[in-house]
Design a binder for this molecule. Structure first.
Ligand SMILES: [Fe+2]
Length: 127
């Protein structure tokens, strides 16, 4: 994926490199989730959108804005992004039309997202 030179990642924005390493680890979870989601979509014959969509622009913008107020604000903005993924995987895991393997994946991804959210929440409070 190409990125404009003006777009900094959350990992780059965080001044505390210990926090940045943790966020980088969460990104790896997301990449794994995405690859499984792509497999599921392919099996179902669903065309997967590529490139930045409006949602991506909004979430990136939220974190960019928070950057003006430091690490704690960045983590709080990230926490609200995790709220969205927690809810999405929770709903997906309850979908009765999903195949058992997919449901198993959705439950695992949901647990990962809850873990991410808890970390953002508790760490933002400690800063
Ligand atoms: Fe996450």
């Amino acid at each position: 994926m190409t990125r404009s030179p003006h777009t900094k990642s959350t990992v780059e924005r965080l001044d505390d490199k210990v926090l940045a390493a943790k966020v980088a680890e969460f990104h790896q979870d997301h990449f794994q989730h995405l690859s499984t989601l792509n497999e599921i979509a392919e099996e179902l014959g669903i065309q997967v959108p590529t490139g930045g969509d409006m949602k991506q622009i909004l979430t990136t913008g939220k974190v960019a804005l928070a950057d003006l107020f430091g690490d704690s604000a960045i983590l709080k903005a990230m926490k609200t992004n995790e709220d969205d993924t927690v809810l999405a995987y929770e709903r997906a895991s309850q979908n009765e039309h999903a195949r058992p393997e997919s449901t198993e994946f959705f439950l695992k991804a949901h647990q990962d997202e809850v873990r991410h959210r808890t970390w953002f929440e508790t760490t933002a409070k400690q800063l």
